[in-house]
Design a protein around this ligand. Structure first.
Ligand code: NAD
Length: 457
């Protein structure tokens, strides 16, 4: 049988060897899911909701051990693992509260014996291919509304968060979701490829732009619903009317939280020339105070880099920025091994010739660029092929709204950053993806509206 080795990114130690899937087991899971889906869809919504309520109770009851599992396999600092699990609970509550109104049939016409009704049917069997950086969030953003809406889910967690993927699946089974309706497929990209070969009814992917492209190519010519939630190069503009220290502390957190490995991490900062120097000094001071080390320690803020190959991406961006004249103010190199470590790194004097300002860093590396005013800031914020999030820090709400209305991004922030809400749609424009999760639209995404024309005889 194929196996998946799991390494602790903080130490490099082998911590588990998991039985992995192959093309035959993926096909068998698909066949079982297809056979079981209709009965799941016919189960009353109230009963499906009870399963998700029990799942929530399971997460609460096992929160500490689930946090430890996630920290060990991803290198995420333990406090942030707990934050993610605690942050999942209001998402679950949101889905449970919204699913009934979203799935309720809508009568849109009733005249002279003719009625028109929209009914929201499940898609059928859906594939969820997922990332490792927030495995509970990105996994459950798809799995929970998909199950609530009556779909069967074939879930391929990242190979870097496979134990967490198995824990999510186990808790759902313990909560009463039939095993055939919710399957976890363990393995790397080849297992994802095998999953895409099955005649699924929808593909919901969270991961890198490069893999998203491959997935959309693999599905070319097949009329399957496809959602891609990809990376970003998320900018923030700091205006001259804010307190530079307060803004710097907020944005240092936005750039470095989860060791910079968030899809909505702040990845580029533009600062008005009037407060640029004060902002940079405060930012560097904040970053130098972040504690890096053993992710299991309570006071660790900067953990390990989850994927070893990302270290080379970060090194290349640093080398490119230095070669093109940027000023290195903090960090700039790998941390001492064993394990995957990178120092929190801050550059000023950057510009858009540099990879650091163009391609996702996905690590604790940030560039700060001085701008002369709003027009230049908006032009630079939009000088990207990505469009996940963007922010403006200013005291003036009207100014923020005016600027953010011009920025191409799925989510925009005024005086905040690196924030996701279950009540709002989560989506990207351009190369940050297509489709969305969360909000009422993120439940509807797992349904197909069927049109009923009804005339009484
Ligand atoms: P990745 O693209 O390397 O992997 C994602 C998933 O795809 C994994 O499960 C992987 O095994 C699978 N996969 C790889 N090759 C495949 C193939 N050819 N066919 C099918 N499946 C395949 O991404 P990652 O390193 O896990 O995640 C980091 C990326 O995810 C970053 O770019 C980040 O910005 C992005 N991300 C986006 C969001 C969002 O909501 N927009 C959320 C989290 C992460």
């Amino acid at each position: 049988m194929t196996q998946l080795p799991v390494h602790d990114p903080a130490t490099g130690a082998l911590i588990a060897t998991l039985p992995a899937d192959d093309a035959a087991s993926v096909a068998a899971c698909y066949a079982a899911a297809r056979a079981a889906q209709a009965a799941w869809a016919a189960t009353p919504l109230a009963d499906r909701k009870v399963c998700i309520e029990r799942f929530r109770a399971g997460v609460v009851g096992q929160l500490e051990s689930l946090a430890v599992t996630m920290t060990r396999e991803t290198g995420k600092p333990i406090r942030m693992s707990r934050n993610e699990l605690n942050g999942l609970l209001p998402r679950i509550d949101f889905f449970l509260g919204m699913v009934e109104p979203v799935l309720a049939p809508e009568q849109v016409f009733d005249e002279s014996g003719m009625r028109e009704v929209i009914q929201h049917e499940p898609l059928g069997v859906v594939a969820n291919i997922s990332a490792w950086n927030y495995p509970w969030f990105v996994g459950c953003n798809v799995i929970l509304p998909a199950l609530l809406a009556g779909n069967a889910v074939l879930y391929k967690p990242s190979e870097y968060a496979a134990q967490t993927g198995l824990a999510i699946t186990r808790l759902l089974h313990e909560a009463g979701v039939p095993p055939a309706v919710m399957a976890c497929l363990v393995g790397a990209g080849a297992v994802g490829t095998a999953l895409l070969e099955q005649p699924v009814d929808g593909v919901f992917f969270t991961g890198s732009h490069a893999t998203g492209r491959r997935i959309s190519q693999a599905l070319a010519g097949r009329f399957v619903k496809l959602q891609l939630e990809l990376g970003g190069k998320d900018p923030t503009y700091v205006c001259e009317d804010v307190d530079p220290r307060t803004a710097a502390e907020s944005l240092a957190d936005g750039a470095m939280y989860n060791t910079g490995q968030s899809c909505c991490s702040v990845e580029r900062i533009y600062v008005h020339e009037k407060i640029h120097d004060a902002f940079v000094a405060a930012f560097v001071n904040t970053v130098k105070g972040l504690r890096r080390g053993d992710p299991m320690r309570e006071d660790t803020y900067i953990g390990a880099i989850t994927r070893a190959p990302q270290l080379e991406v970060l090194e290349a961006q640093v080398a490119d920025a230095r070669a093109k004249g940027a000023t290195l103010l903090a960090g700039g190199a790998r941390g001492a091994g064993p394990g995957n470590w990178f120092e929190p790194t801050v550059f000023s004097g950057v510009d858009h010739r540099m990879e650091l300002m163009r391609e996702e860093s996905f690590g604790p590396v940030i560039g700060i660029q001085k701008v002369a005013g709003d027009e230049e800031a908006v032009r630079l914020m939009n000088d990207t092929r990505y469009g996940l999030t963007a922010g403006v820090y200013t005291r003036d709400e009207a100014r923020a709204r005016r600027l953010l209305a011009q920025v191409h991004a799925g989510s925009v922030y005024w005086n905040c950053c690196d924030r996701v809400s279950p009540r709002l749609p989560w989506s990207g424009v351009g190369d940050s993806g297509i489709g969305l999760t969360l909000s009422s639209y993120g439940i509807q995404a797992f349904t197909r509206p069927k049109a009923w024309h009804l005339r009484a005889a």
